[in-house]
Each structure stands twice: as C-alpha cells, then as structure tokens.
Design a protein around this ligand. Structure first.
Ligand code: IMP
Ligand code: MG
Length: 182
C-alpha cells in the first residue's frame, strides 16, 4: 500500500508536532468553555481524535458527514448532508475539524449552515492541510496544520476511492494510480 506513495509530506512525528500546536492554540482560546468540536467524516477521523485528546479544556464532540457537489467558481454548489450532528447548538462555540481545505466549497457551505440554519454562536475552522493554489471560495482558517502543493495526498484519514485512510502519515499518491483509472 505504501508503495503507491511517491513522497511523504507529513511524517508521524510532524503530525504529532502540528496537532500538539493546534490543540494548545485551541485550549488557550477556549478557556471559558462551551466548546463543541465537529468531526467531518470520514477524512478527519484521525486528525480529530489526535486534536481532542490533546486539548486541556473541556469540550463536546459530534460527527457529521457531507458531500458537496456542483461547486464551481460561480456557484457554491449544494451541501448534501449524509449525517447531521445530534448535539444542540444554543450558545455554543463551534470548531469544524476537517482534513483538507481544497477549493473551500465544502467548508464555505458548512460554515453558512452552522451560522444561518443551526444558529451557532461562533464557527471556526480547523484543518490539517491547506491547498491554497486551488481555492475558489473566500474562507478563513483559524487553526491550520500546514500548506501543501497542488498534489493529491492520502493517508492519516485521507483517501483515494476509500483506500489509504489507514496509513499513519500523509503522502503524495503516485499519479499513475489515479491516472490509469480515469
Ligand atoms: P473542497 O470542498 O474542494 O475544499 O474539498 C474538500 C474535500 O475534498 C476534502 O474534505 C477531501 O475529502 C477532498 N480532497 C481534496 N483534496 C484532496 C486530496 O489531495 N486527497 C484526498 N482528498 C482530498
Ligand atoms: Mg473529506
């Protein structure tokens, strides 16, 4: 499986360092509590569990699964909710935790949903990876692991056709893997 990786982008040690840093920043900001972290399935499940176990402040957790389609530079597409959260949001500060910010379409729509439909008190974004070169939607990331080049990456939760999620590091997938199946 790791033979399909052309380069390691984030080693387990780097992931450990980045998640510790992010968790410390979140803990510092939310001393007053009322914090709800939302894991966006499936890609952020490993990142999410690393972040929450490194927090030093109390928090609630919940899970959501979405798919975005019809995203383009002129339309923000539609957010299809496959699994919604069950927690009540009144007065809570929310942090949406996702694996990667690519065009920004998914998180742009999710943030709108939590503010306008669910009436969250505040919504912040936390992602492990950021591909700024592909951004189409103007969205602020409050907590970010690192920026990466425009390459398709897998591992540490991220998949290609549901494979590679269980690799413990983040690596660039060899082009021949996805080009041959296109
Ligand atoms: P966006 O809506 O374009 O920002 O897409 C974000 C979603 O696309 C992420 O949550 C991932 O599921 C997926 N994605 C984007 N780039 C990659 C990648 O390099 N590897 C795996 N999944 C990716
Ligand atoms: Mg995803």
């Amino acid at each position: 499986m790791t033979g399909d990786i052309s380069k390691i982008l984030l080693s387990c040690e780097e992931i450990d360092r980045l998640t510790t840093e992010i968790a410390e920043n979140i803990s510092e900001k939310y001393q007053d509590g009322n914090l709800l972290l939302i894991c966006i399935l499936k890609g952020s499940f490993m990142f999410f569990s690393d972040i929450v176990r490194k927090l030093s402040v109390p928090c609630e957790i919940d899970f959501m699964q979405v798919s975005s389609y019809g995203c383009s530079s002129v339309s923000s597409g539609e957010l299809k909710i496959l699994k919604d959260i069950s927690a009540e949001l009144n007065g809570k500060n929310i942090i949406i935790v996702d694996d990667i910010l690519d065009t920004g379409c998914t998180l742009y729509n999710l943030k709108k949903y939590f503010l306008n439909v669910k009436k969250a008190k505040s919504v912040s974004i936390c992602t492990l990876l950021d591909k700024p070169s592909r951004r189409k939607f103007d969205i602020k990331i409050e907590y970010k692991g690192c920026e990466i080049p425009d390459e398709f990456v897998v591992g540490y939760g991220l998949d290609y056709n549901e494979r590679y999620r269980n690799i413990p590091f983040v690596g660039i997938l060899k082009r021949e893997i996805y080009e041959k199946s296109e």
